[in-house]
Design a protein. Structure first.
Length: 193
């Protein structure tokens, strides 16, 4: 597997630092990364804990129903927890819910990450994008890294109830057929100063 130094991978993605109210650009960058990682980790833990509970008690269909009804409210709760200058969401090139479709520069960044993965380059742990002088986006790539993810995002053709629920709830679903280590999407934390 080829690797690229972290900054080279970011340069390929066209990312940059924000205008600097900090003492140094590195101080600002470190602050963005720290905040982005904290918020993204909070969302992963919140959704993961709840999904795990529903998978254990109700199986994949129960987890899918939970996700359909509660993923957005829980994501909004995480955003609210961090205040009005920070928001968080999940995006994908192969979304289940159209509200999670990557748009604009988000789509370009996910496409670049997908190309890196297709070329067997180790993905960066995060990407920082300058949106404008007051706004940055922190992207945490999401990969299929647990077999349990494949229960709803892998080949679900043998689980008729789950397949029917997904088809009826998400008629344009593009989020199945994944395999281990595939890029699923990203968590995006938008930080405004």
């Amino acid at each position: 597997m080829k690797t690229l130094p972290y900054l080279s991978a970011l340069a390929l993605l066209g990312t940059s630092l924000l205008a600097n109210p900090y003492t140094t650009p590195q101080e600002e960058y470190d602050s963005i990364v720290k905040t982005g990682n904290e918020v993204a980790t909070s969302l992963i833990q919140t959704l993961g804990k709840n999904l795990k509970q529903h998978l254990q008690s109700e199986g994949p269909l129960g987890a899918a129903k939970f996700c359909s009804a509660k993923a957005f409210p829980l994501t909004d709760n995480v955003s609210t927890k961090y205040g009005k200058d920070i928001s968080v969401k999940r995006i994908s090139l192969n979304e289940r819910n159209p509200a999670n479709a990557a748009q604009g520069s988000e789509k370009a960044i996910l496409e670049a990450l997908q190309q890196l993965q297709n070329n067997h380059v180790i993905l960066p742990q995060y990407v920082v994008e300058r949106v404008d002088s007051a706004t940055a986006k922190y992207y945490k790539p999401l990969r299929i890294n647990k077999g349990v993810c494949l229960k709803c995002h892998g080949d679900i053709t043998n689980n008729t109830k789950l397949a029917n629920f997904i088809k009826s709830s998400y008629p344009n679903d593009k989020a199945t057929g994944y395999k281990m280590s595939d890029l699923r999407g990203a968590i995006v934390v938008t930080i405004t100063k």
